[in-house]
Every structure is written in C-alpha cells, then in structure tokens.
Design a binder for this molecule. Structure first.
Ligand SMILES: Nc1ncnc2c1ncn2[C@@H]1O[C@H](COP(=O)(O)OP(=O)(O)OP(=O)(O)O)[C@@H](O)[C@H]1O
Length: 295
C-alpha cells in the first residue's frame, strides 16, 4: 500500500514551522528518512501516526484518508516513538501477553502463539522471562518492535531507533527491521547515513521541514559520480582549503593530517584525486545546497 502525503504543513504554537508544504509518495519496503537534528523527522512521523494534526495538507494510506479517519489507520499502524517511556518490572512474555489482551485477543492460546512469534522475530525468545525494565537499550528497541508487531501492521513507523545503540546492538536491530519490512511499508528516521545505506531501498533527505532529495541510495551515489574529489592536507591548511573549495567533510588521521572530500564538477586542483561517491557525500551536498546564501 502506498502512503501519499500532499502539501503537509505543521506549525507549533511557538511559531516553529516543523513541516513546510511537504509532498511525498512512499511505497512498500524500507524507507529511510534522513535528516539532522531539528529537521522535522519526528514531527512528520507523529503527524502520520495521527498523534498530532497538521495545519493543512493531506495524508492517504491506500484507501484510508489518515486525517479524516484516524481510527482506520491506527488499526494497521505500528509506531515506535523516539523514547518509549518507563517499562514495568514485568517479563517480556507477560507484558506482550498483556498488550495482546488489550488489543482484544481473548483466546489464551492465540495470544501465546502470537507472543511466541513476535519474540522469535525480534530475537528475544531466549530472554522472554527477563524483566523488560532490565533489558539493554537494543533489547528494549527490539521489544518495541515486538509490541508493535502484535497489530500485524501494514504501516510501521520507527523514529530514530538506533540512536544510542552500540554497533552490535544496532546491527541486530537493523536485521530485525529488515525482516519485518519485507511485506509492509516501514518508515524509519535517522541522522545516521550508514543506517539508510544498510537498510533502505528508498530514502529522502529532510531539512527545515522540506524534502531536499527523494531517491534510492544507489541512484543518489550514481548521480554524483565524477564530482567527488579527495586529498590529504595538514591540519593547519584547513581554513585555506575551506576558502577555496566546497568541502563536504574532513576526517582526522592519526598523524595530524586531514582527509578532505570536495564537491566539484571538475578536478578542483592538481593535488586532488577522484573519490568514489558515498552516501555521506550525497547527504552533505543536499544540506550544503540548502544553506542560506550569506552576503
Ligand atoms: N512540541 C513542539 N513544540 C514546539 N516546537 C517543537 C515541538 N516539537 C518539535 N519542535 C520544533 O520543531 C522542529 C522540528 O523538530 P523535530 O523534533 O520534528 O525534528 P527531528 O528531525 O525529529 O529532530 P531530532 O533528531 O532532534 O529529534 C525543531 O525546531 C523543534 O525544536
């Protein structure tokens, strides 16, 4: 099912326009919403999840008019917010059974079957008897996925789920999401470019409440082929290079030198070499081009 958003705008009471006349179509599969802090990712996700109303615009998911018919969307929605709050001292198995009861699954054996299934998908079956309150950050995030799967959702929205996870937990979490995302629409927000590269078949870069680029990770890097250049400079020369070149990123080496990456349609100077485009480059180009021009 397709999610179609048209001319969506959301202004908070303090005057911040978090979503600015945004239109986008999102199909089945893993969709990555990439943007820096404050870009409007959570605002967009909360609005799609019907937790707040926009000023104007429309959201349709398949036949459902999301803004007119909140309840129909909620029945098929799985939403994992940025922070899930406090967990009670209950085992994962008991807590999921409780959630399933709240969702109206009256038969104990049906609940047991469903709970076992979602624990297995999220790799939590072996720790099902442990208190969720004592779970690690990554396990809690996977538990968050387990609870939303009880709904059998068609649309899954996960808001910055990998923030604060260590590399191994992040990897485990992404694997779980990859598995659940095979036959529904998953919108996944992050400020980590690597997450999108590893997981998503489609992506958008969001900044200032607007979509800067809606593409696929493969297309995006292909588009900038031949325009990324790199060289190693001494730390002291950074300022001079910043004046002369369009630097996208700079990373320190152990010997006090820097690797800089520059965006230019032609070789910027003799000492540059062509670099293979990375998704990071795509992201930094989009954000740079969105910067206000200062006179
Ligand atoms: N409830 C609110 N009231 C007022 N302003 C808000 C509210 N929620 C978000 N904002 C503002 O709206 C803008 C977008 O915030 P939002 O949280 O949607 O961005 P984000 O991309 O999710 O950022 P982060 O990665 O930091 O969570 C920011 O300027 C933020 O300060």
């Amino acid at each position: 099912m397709k999610l179609v958003i048209e001319n969506l705008t959301k202004t908070y009471k303090n005057g911040v326009k978090a979503i600015d006349n945004l239109s986008i179509e999102i199909g089945t599969g893993m969709f990555g919403l990439l943007g820096p802090n404050g870009a409007g990712k959570s605002s967009l996700m909360r609005t799609i999840a019907t937790l707040q109303s926009p000023d104007s615009g429309s959201i349709k998911f398949g036949d459902i008019d999301v803004l007119e018919d909140n309840m129909s969307l909620r029945k098929i929605l799985g939403y994992l917010p940025q922070s899930f709050g406090v967990y009670p001292k209950m085992s994962a198995e008991d807590l999921l059974d409780y959630f399933a009861t709240l969702k109206g699954i009256a038969s104990k054996s049906d609940r047991q079957k469903l709970v076992k299934e979602v624990l297995e998908i999220t790799n939590l079956y072996d720790v099902r008897r442990k208190h969720v309150a004592g779970y690690s950050g990554g396990m809690k995030q996977r538990f968050g996925i387990a609870q939303l799967l009880l709904n059998n959702p068609k649309l899954i929205i996960v808001d910055e789920p990998t923030a604060g996870l260590d590399p191994a937990e992040r990897h485990r979490f992404l694997n779980v999401l990859r598995e659940v995302g095979t036959n529904c629409t998953v919108i996944f927000s992050t400020h980590i470019v690597e997450d999108v590269k590893e997981l998503c078949n489609e992506m958008a870069i969001l900044n200032g409440g607007r979509i800067l680029n809606h593409t696929t990770p493969q297309e995006a890097t292909k588009e900038i082929e031949g325009t990324i250049w790199k060289k190693i400079i001494s730390r002291d020369d950074l300022e001079e290079n910043e004046k002369n070149f369009n630097i996208l990123s700079s990373n320190y080496n152990q010997d006090n030198t820097l690797n800089i990456r520059v965006h230019a349609t032609e070789k910027p100077a003799d000492d540059f070499v062509a670099a293979t485009p990375q998704l990071d480059d795509v992201y930094f180009i989009a954000l740079k081009q969105d910067e206000p021009v200062l006179n």
